[in-house]
Design a protein around this ligand. Structure first.
Ligand code: 13P
Ligand code: SF4
Length: 327
């Protein structure tokens, strides 16, 4: 039998973590980069923050901090390193930079965007303020720093209702995800004025998908992200952020589950719960999938792409994020 390459031998314990979701034949394609990334992190005093939608070889093998948008923002404040690599999309890297102005924050692919972030500009927010004078603006973190800078407070899918209710007002503007706004409106007495932004991944799920799933698998538990249309959330068993869905599986251990969200999420949660059967009608986020072990390695080797934010914008955007984190 041929001897293992040094990288394959060194990364064998990493592969053990993901063997349930990555076939053995695929691991050699990851081993070199994973091995190099671990060494680069040590050499550069770097940490990798990875969102729940990152692929398992990133999420389970090289990331130091993982979670939903809220957890990544919170944990970004506590990072003790010179360099942060954000394995996620651009707005997440900007949030990490807002909270760590003196650290180098890298995003491995500058084109890792988000359809929600692209649906609204700072000028749009100013127009909404003119149209609804005095009504506070709650902005989803899935937005650019320039949009956050025009806002009173940010929210994530994990705290949207709490943020809306924390303002103690009868009416708020909530931007830019129309479905998240409608899903929050269904749970609160606060009137919500929405924008017409949608997540290109979650808008594709339908209530019919769920009806079909329940017909095919009568015992399935359906968990839906609140970026899904309200009729999808209405027929799901539970709706919550990616972290809340993961916690639901960990604590309730449903025998069979479907996560109406991005595909890698099921892989990442399945690794930790071999006893749960995951049904997988999922949708890929093309932006999240731009991040790979190869470009994480290259980011650390070449120090690219450095995230920068105009200081005047950053100061105002940071205020909106910090106000959210204080809740
Ligand atoms: P979470 O904050 O729930 O992780 O969601 C982020 C996101 O981009 C969902 O599409
Ligand atoms: Fe944006 Fe949707 Fe992708 Fe999340 S899944 S990053 S909201 S496009």
């Amino acid at each position: 039998m041929a001897a293992l390459s040094p990288a394959l031998a060194r990364t064998a314990p990493l592969y053990d973590r993901v063997r349930r979701v990555i076939p053995p034949i695929e691991w050699p394609a990851f081993a070199d980069d994973a091995d190099a990334i671990l060494e680069l992190k040590r050499r550069r005093n770097a940490v990798i923050l990875a969102h729940n939608y990152q692929t398992p070889e990133i999420f389970h093998c090289v990331a130091d901090i993982v979670g939903d948008s809220l957890a990544l923002a919170r944990k970004a404040m506590t990072v003790d390193a010179n360099v942060i690599v954000l394995a996620g999309v651009h707005f997440m890297a900007e949030t990490a930079k807002l909270l760590n102005p003196d650290k180098t924050v890298l995003i491995p692919d500058l084109a890792a965007g988000c359809s929600l972030a692209e649906s609204i500009t700072a000028a749009d927010v100013r127009l909404m303020r003119e149209r609804y004078p005095g009504v506070p603006v709650v902005t989803y973190v899935n937005t650019s720093a320039a949009v956050k800078a025009e806002s009173d407070i940010c929210c994530t899918s994990g705290n949207a209702r709490a943020v809306v209710e924390s303002l103690g007002v009868k009416r708020v503007i909530m931007l830019p995800d129309e479905y998240l706004a409608q899903n929050v409106a269904a749970e609160t007495d606060v009137e919500i004025i929405a924008w017409k932004g949608h997540c290109e991944v979650h808008e594709r799920f339908s209530a019919d998908d769920i009806r079909q799933l329940r017909e095919d698998h009568p015992d399935v538990t359906v968990l839906a992200h609140p970026e899904c249309p309200p009729d999808v959330v209405a027929v799901a068993d539970f709706s919550g952020s990616t972290a809340a869905m993961s916690d639901y599986v960990a604590t309730r251990k449903p025998p069979r589950v479907v996560l109406m969200t991005e595909c890698s999420m099921s892989d990442n949660v399945a690794v930790q719960h071999p006893e749960v059967d995951f049904i997988r009608p999922c949708n890929l986020c093309p932006h999240m999938k731009r991040i790979t072990l190869k470009n994480i390695r290259s980011a650390l080797e070449k120090n690219e792409h450095v995230v920068t934010i105009d200081p005047a914008v950053a100061e105002r955007a940071r205020r909106a994020v910090e106000r959210m984190l204080a809740i």
